[in-house]
Design a protein around this ligand. Structure first.
Ligand code: SAH
Ligand code: SF4
Ligand code: F3S
Length: 440
């Protein structure tokens, strides 16, 4: 038997790319590839890329530049670009960087084996179609290897919302939901392999409407079905749009035992004028009302959000509205970005704000967010939470895991194993993590 070929995958961007990279490794596993942690001994390098901001996209080209020496030393090495940059730029990637052998968009990963064979034979391989078939169905031939305690599971892809700043509707295409039974089968399979927490993924996950028994299922219905799987202990989902936060889903946060008290619900801006220009289709007030309902259902819900500062035409007053909505929402986590012009999106054509104004606003928004995050973390001290242990900590006898609210928690404790879910009392709050003690 010939020696296994080695595959190195580098993943950028969101969790959906993490999930896709696992699927790509499985698809190429059938072609005799095993994964390696270093590009140096690889026979194939795949970059799974992100196009969300300019910096993210440019990283791809600087990374490719680094492989020049490797390719010169090993002409058989095949280099591929997958993900959202592949979808957005297609053939242009090979023009700009001729050593790239293969370009594959996010909807075509099930065609990787053919594309790999084509690249192996010395031809350039390109596929950025949006085919009809379910890419995950064809990719399901996974090995039954043991896994860590947490896993992602993509249930929905694409986006029909067309926020004026965002490339996702172009790179991932229209919204598609996977059928409920396939998701449940995949979830059971993950649990058999050691997974105890599943995070359901979708660019617009709460718009999920997959075919199921009796008609289309909502995300809430899917979560309730997952709740019945023995051995699965925790359910999360991300990312949600405020307008798809339906009453059944809000209610599930109060009543579904395995659904964790954490929600990523981006609002982007606190100014109604900017929200309108962003084509977000909601107001600051409608967002705050949803949060109120959510906290009525689940008082200890930890909220997380995304913010864009320096969007075209954003005034200081608009920016103050953003600071206000952050104060009013009280986030446990929040992520903020300077607006980045993306080719082909409506906002890219508008008058842009000076860079120094964007920098200044980013600093101010981040100062507020950092304060809120720390306060939310500190407020956990004295509370009892569930912790799912994921790995040993830095100190001997220490284990680290994530709390129900997604805080990192380290515990000094004899006999704790990876994959254990234990009750823990939080005793201290450090810079980026909590310290806890097992509740007897
Ligand atoms: N589907 C998710 C977000 C996907 S992108 C949602 O609707 O919330 C993740 C985050 O990147 C967004 O929430 C937004 O804050 C940020 N983002 C998207 N496009 C951007 C751009 N052009 N410039 C800066 N940040 C951007
Ligand atoms: Fe992008 Fe808006 Fe769709 Fe989120 S909802 S993926 S921000 S277009
Ligand atoms: Fe980036 Fe594509 Fe995800 S643009 S954020 S990798 S959907």
């Amino acid at each position: 038997m010939s020696e296994a070929k080695k595959l190195y995958i580098k993943t950028y961007g969101c969790q959906m790319n993490v999930y896709d990279s696992e699927r790509m490794a499985e698809a190429l596993g059938g072609q005799g590839y095993v994964e390696t942690q270093s590009p140096d001994d690889a026979d194939m390098i795949l970059l799974n890329t992100c196009h969300i901001r300019e910096k993210a996209a440019e990283k791809v080209y600087s990374e490719l530049g680094r492989y020049k020496g490797l390719k010169a030393a090993k002409p058989d090495l095949k280099i591929g670009v997958a993900g959202c940059v592949a979808q957005a730029e297609g053939e242009e990637i090979m023009r700009r960087q001729p050593m790239v052998d293969l370009v594959v968009g996010p909807q075509s990963y099930h065609r990787l084996p053919e594309l790999e064979a084509k690249a192996r034979s010395g031809e350039k391989a390109l596929d950025t179609d949006f085919p009809e078939e379910d890419k995950f169905e064809v990719l399901k031939n996974r090995p039954k290897a043991k896994r860590g305690p947490t896993a992602f599971l993509t249930v929905q892809e694409g986006c029909d919302k067309f926020c004026a700043f965002c490339v996702v509707p172009y790179t991932r295409g229209a919204e598609v939901s996977r059928p409920a039974d396939r998701i449940l089968t995949e979830a059971r399979d993950l649990v058999e392999r050691g997974v105890r927490e599943i995070t359901l993924l979708g660019q617009n996950v709460n718009a999920y409407h997959g075919a199921g028994e009796g008609g289309d299922w909502s995300l809430a219905r899917l979560i309730w079905a997952l709740n019945d799987i023995d051995g699965l202990e925790r359910i999360r989902f991300t990312t949600s749009h405020p307008n798809d936060m339906t009453d059944d889903l809000i209610e599930a946060h109060g009543t579904c035992p395995k659904l964790m008290p954490y929600l990523h619900l981006p609002v982007q801006s606190g100014s109604d004028r900017i929200l309108k220009r962003m084509n977000r289709q909601h107001t600051a007030d409608s967002y705050l009302k949803i949060i109120e309902k959510l906290r009525d259902a689940r008082p200890d819900l930890l909220l997380s959000g995304d913010f864009i500062v320096g969007f075209p035409e954003e005034t200081e007053e608009d920016f103050q509205d953003t600071l206000d909505i952050i104060r009013a929402s009280n986030y446990g986590y929040a992520y903020s970005f300077k607006y980045s012009t993306r080719p082909g999106t409506p906002a890219a054509e508008r008058d842009q704000l000076p860079e120094d104004v964007k920098d200044d606003r980013l600093q101010r928004v981040q100062a507020l967010i950092t304060q809120q995050q720390k306060a939310a973390q500190d407020a956990m001290v004295g509370k009892e939470v569930g912790v799912l242990f994921e790995k040993p900590g830095r100190l001997p006898g220490q284990m680290v895991g994530k709390s129900d609210h997604l805080h990192a928690v380290h515990v000094q404790g004899e006999g704790i194993q990876t994959g254990d879910l234990r009750r823990v009392r939080i005793v201290d709050s450090g810079r980026n993590s909590l310290a806890g003690a097992l509740v007897a």
